[in-house]
Design a protein around this ligand. Sequence first.
Ligand code: ATP
Length: 226
Amino acid sequence: MKSVVKMCQVSKVYGENETEVYALRNIHLDIEEGTFVTIVGKSGSGKSTLLHVMGGLEKPNSGEVIIQDISLYDLKEDELTILRRRQIGFVFQFFNLIPSQNVYENIILPMRLDGRKEDSEYVEDIIRMLGLEEKKLSYIDELSGGQQQRVAIARALASKPTIILLDEPTGNLDSQNSEEVMDLLKISQRRYNQTIVMVTHDAMMANKADRIITIEDGQIVGDQHV
Ligand SMILES: Nc1ncnc2c1ncn2[C@@H]1O[C@H](COP(=O)(O)OP(=O)(O)OP(=O)(O)O)[C@@H](O)[C@H]1O
């Protein structure tokens, strides 16, 4: 199978001298196309850092991150921005939704920024599956935390990216909603052969993935194919 994400000898250090923290230590990782991977580990183990470095948002101190044969941090900043916009869907804890735009506009924003027209039938499909039909024209601050989280998920899925990176995407959702989100991600993964990497502390969710990677102290200490 084809490799979509590759990390070679990746290390990330924050601070210096006595405040130095090794968030990632010599990470090697190869993720195949179409796989659903979950990343688990204790608080502070390096999960979010791994996702940021993998998604081209934070440059590592050493090592290489390769997305579909392109070495991310060799790119110029504007090339990296374009690659991120076209290939990667992000769902992070701070949703980065735009308050002055409504739900629908927020969902299609990455495609508009890229000068692309959305597949409106597909966007409507996602909105329906995420239970947001009645909120389509609402502004972000009129939504609950869980609804905002679902808008962020819809936005990540809407452009059918090759890779979807999610950091605790169901943190604000109850267990039924969390399961629905997991199911939706799996449908999208299969339909578009997407690669999904999701940080979670929820064992039930982790177990629904194809592969579970455990991080401890910035290192991969477990890698289980389910
Ligand atoms: N911007 C930063 N500056 C300094 N230290 C940081 C920064 N970001 C993360 N760290 C440190 O790096 C380590 C890994 O953090 P990271 O957020 O990746 O962990 P995590 O496993 O995602 O934690 P959580 O589950 O609590 O979100 C921690 O010790 C953290 O304090």
